[in-house]
Ligand binder design. Structure first.
Ligand SMILES: [Zn+2]
Length: 318
């Protein structure tokens, strides 16, 4: 039986897994993404995480059929490079990640887009497995999207799935991408934190930043938002309400275009806030659905935090 490796390369953490046939995780390891150095340091940390995961699975990395990587930025699997991974240290120019990792790991390496591989994992093994066409929506620091149509990933010319930058309000709030009115400007965690700070400076009272400090965090994580909502913090409730409205409009508009059977909502915020908020998103979609009588099913992602890494391991089979 073959075993495969998968690595989810994120801005804050590197998650590595070893997967057997199917979704059974035989070993896993997580480490923080280096915040200094450059791509070679990140590649070394990825290799170290992969070695730890392999060790937990009772194997060496050379025993793996291969290792797949889900990466942010512009991923060119044929060239083996990743460029413009802007949430990673000093990673603008194309870096030969495939060869750098292969030399550390002594096995073949495949590269894919982080959001697309997470969507592929939900499609093959998770909440999307009963459908032939799905839209994956990853609600986290930003809002990413992945598309599977008739069983095949739809990558467009390489940049498909950028659902976070679907416009939900002409001339609206400034998005982290620099444009105005994108869904992410209302729903992404980075944008939400900026807005919460503005409201705090304007004198609105909120427990968000106290909770952040109590939890020993330096930013408003999904867990901080979840705790503030539980404490009925008015600013958190207002901003998450706006986020849900924006997600509803953006996802419904995308559904009007694609007419997929199912929408799978993952990402740090999606998984942490879970079904009660997915229900709110479903309700927020309804007024915008052109064929209101036949809405798509909307599920929470079932592979959780490991979905990206498990999805990356699927690249080895292709
Ligand atoms: Zn944008």
């Amino acid at each position: 039986m073959g075993i495969r490796g998968g690595i989810d390369l994120g801005g804050t953490k590197i998650q590595a897994v070893v997967v057997g046939d199917g979704a059974d995780v035989l070993g896993s390891s997580r480490m923080p993404t280096p915040t200094s150095g450059g791509p070679p340091d990140v590649a070394a940390a990825m290799a170290a995480a992969m070695r730890d995961a392999a060790e937990e699975a009772g194997a060496g990395t050379g025993d793996l059929e291969g290792v797949g990587v889900g990466s942010p930025g512009v991923v060119a699997d044929e060239d083996g490079t990743v460029a413009a991974a802007r949430n990673l240290p000093d990673w603008e120019a194309a870096f030969p990640l495939r060869d750098a990792l292969a030399s550390h790991l002594d096995t073949k390496v495949r590269l894919g887009n982080d959001v697309q591989v997470a969507t592929d994992a939900e499609f093959e093994l998770g909440a999307g497995r009963d459908y032939s066409s799905i839209l994956g929506v990853f609600w986290g620091t930003g809002v990413g999207g992945g598309i599977v149509l008739d069983g095949k990933p739809w990558l467009g010319r390489s940049a498909a799935g950028e659902i976070g930058h679907v416009v939900v309000r002409m001339g609206g709030r400034r998005c982290p991408c620099g444009r105005r009115g994108c869904m992410e400007a209302y729903a992404g965690r980075l944008a939400l934190e900026r807005r919460a700070r503005e409201l705090l400076e304007k004198g609105q009272s909120t427990k968000l930043f106290e909770i952040m400090e109590e939890r020993g965090r330096d930013r408003l994580t999904s867990g901080v938002w979840a705790r503030a909502l539980k404490a009925e913090d008015a600013v958190a409730e207002k901003l998450i309400h706006q986020a849900v409205k924006a997600l509803g409009a953006g996802i419904a508009s995308s559904e009007n275009l694609l007419d997929v059977e199912a929408v799978v909502i993952g990402g740090g915020m999606g998984i942490r806030l879970g079904e009660p908020y997915v229900k709110k998103i479903r309700d927020a979609m309804t007024p915008h659905l052109f064929v209101e009588s036949n809405p798509p099913v909307v599920h929470v992602a079932t592979l959780g935090d490991l979905g990206g890494a498990i999805g990356a391991s699927l690249l080895v089979k292709r």
